[in-house]
Design a protein around this ligand. Structure first.
Ligand code: 3NM
Length: 210
């Protein structure tokens, strides 16, 4: 295990923010984010590569770690800090073999069974969600809720857990209290692009006491 997960883990979203990945990285890091996932579900690999490269450079200049959603090839080529994989993405174990022991690898799970299984992989954290209802992900899985999160916490030993889905300033503490180490968020930080830094700062200070 490398560096511990920060309490907040923002994901970029060009549609929700209306901003490029690099601009989102700049604003999120100005607000205090230290780990950011670049998530791109629409653009061509060639376009995403260029955008991600700019974002990785900006992140590096600011001492921020960057994880690439889904694209192991992009993560490898850009020497990003790691990759985040979904259930149907490139297999996590194969990603570990490709990226090496230092890469930061996360894996999405949507049920207690998936989470228990994921705990056997060589991953750095598992994401569990959606904890609450979300409109940020198309074809989102059914809501899992806080009780299932508590169960996952009991089952996966000390593997770090990232709660995701519908997390806001109002419910973020409950996610940490239920056993998540970190909250992954999109819309609460990005929906108002000129408030990204302020909302990031606000969420970090809200979770500071834990
Ligand atoms: N993955 P927001 S929920 C990208 O359940 C993503 O794995 C989820 O966005 C999962 O913070 C989700 O705006 C969307 O709800 C998170």
């Amino acid at each position: 295990m490398r560096l511990p997960l920060p309490r907040i883990y923002p994901l970029t979203d060009v549609n929700i923010s209306g901003l490029s990945h690099v601009e989102q990285v700049i604003r999120l890091s100005e607000g205090g984010a230290t780990l950011i996932q670049l998530r791109e579900k629409n653009s061509a690999a060639s376009d995403f590569f260029i955008e991600a490269q700019k974002a990785v450079i900006a992140a590096r200049e600011r001492g921020v770690r960057v994880v690439i959603n889904d694209r192991v090839d992009v993560a490898l080529a850009l020497r990003a800090d790691g990759v985040h994989l979904g259930q149907d993405d490139f297999p996590a174990e194969a990603a570990r073999d490709l990226l090496g022991p230092e890469a930061f690898i996360g894996f999405s799970t949507h049920s207690v069974e998936q989470a228990s299984q994921a705990a056997r992989f060589r991953i750095d954290y598992l994401a569990f969600g959606p904890i609450f209802a979300t409109t940020s992900k198309t074809n989102s899985e059914p809501v899992v809720g806080l009780e299932k999160l508590r169960e996952v916490r009991r089952r996966v030993g000390n593997l770090p857990i990232v709660g995701i889905g519908g997390i806001t300033h109002d419910n973020a503490r409950s996610v940490i209290e239920a056993g998540a180490d970190s909250v992954a968020v999109i819309s609460v930080l990005l929906a108002k692009p000129n408030q990204i830094s302020a909302q990031t700062q606000r969420l970090i200070s809200l979770l500071e006491q834990y």
